[in-house]
Design a protein around this ligand. Sequence first.
Ligand SMILES: NC(=O)c1ccc[n+]([C@@H]2O[C@H](COP(=O)([O-])OP(=O)(O)OC[C@H]3O[C@@H](n4cnc5c(N)ncnc54)[C@H](O)[C@@H]3O)[C@@H](O)[C@H]2O)c1
Length: 304
Amino acid sequence: MGRLDDKVAVITGAGRGIGREIALLMASEGAKVVVNDLGGNTDGTGTTSIADEVAAEIKSLGGEAASHTESIAEVQGGESLVKTAIDAFGGMDILVNNAGILRDRTIFNMQEADWDAVIAVHLKGHYCCSRPFAKYIRENNRTGCRIINFSSVSGLFGNFGQANYGAAKAGIAGFSSVLALELAKYGCTVNTISPGALTRMTIPLRENRGEKVEDTEIEAGGPQHIAPIVAWLAGEEAASITAEIFHTGRGGISIMQQPRIIKQFNKTDGVWRLDELDAIVPKLLDAIRANVAAADKSAQAIDV
Ligand SMILES: NC(=O)c1ccc[n+]([C@@H]2O[C@H](COP(=O)([O-])OP(=O)(O)OC[C@H]3O[C@@H](n4cnc5c(N)ncnc54)[C@H](O)[C@@H]3O)[C@@H](O)[C@H]2O)c1
């Protein structure tokens, strides 16, 4: 018996990398899987039939799979993706919004096309697939569904040269918080993954710095390390977990702190004067430094 028996899972960008590992693991746990991928280059150009290959691989291993090769960056692609799951397997329970591209440039060199392409695949792509799934959940009162979204430290912490990607990935975290509220009534959880894995998206970044990536490193830090928490969040055990951000990779699994007000002063007699803020702002900064230091201490990894 698998943890995802009788579930129908749709995984975007599942032709390679992290998405492929999620598709294979979910299928091995009994899910019927729709493998979406247009098979493009890392910058979003081009197409190949890798989704068909992963679907065939799942079937050769005894699982059930269908493929879908349209772009999830368009409303039509998201709608036809959900329809593919329903037509092939009679329903849909799990959506993993994983597809992604990169067009790294500093703000000085970033052209409108670089901005638009990255926002379209990541941020709009999450909308394009989540909306038809959410409508399907509501119209059919399908309970116990799961949406698992893909953010990144690039947006959550910031990363040089990735203003387009970081903006999209931070936006995805906000999108997830809202969706978690809107779908709670239907028992659908919405969680976010911040992964770290050696894939064709990240290996060239290392190689561009003159670092050689050995096969043993890929074994220790490849995309297979991301799939388990995604499959776990899709299962029954995670029914009460929603609006969380899990960071994972290389055997590490952690939960992220999310924005909270951690220190507050309240002026009782009118509007703050600027000279009052001279005294108050340093106290707020002291509070955030202490909070970060406490979080960093608590985040020391525990080997298990
Ligand atoms: N690898 C990492 O360390 C890392 C870090 C942070 C975030 N992420 C995120 O994890 C996700 C998976 O990344 P990966 O490393 O496996 O990358 P990858 O390039 O190996 O795989 C991404 C897949 O998405 C597909 N894709 C791109 N645009 C598409 C579209 N419009 N429609 C359908 N499919 C499309 C690509 O063809 C590709 O197969 C991405 O969202 C990425 O931003 C990865």
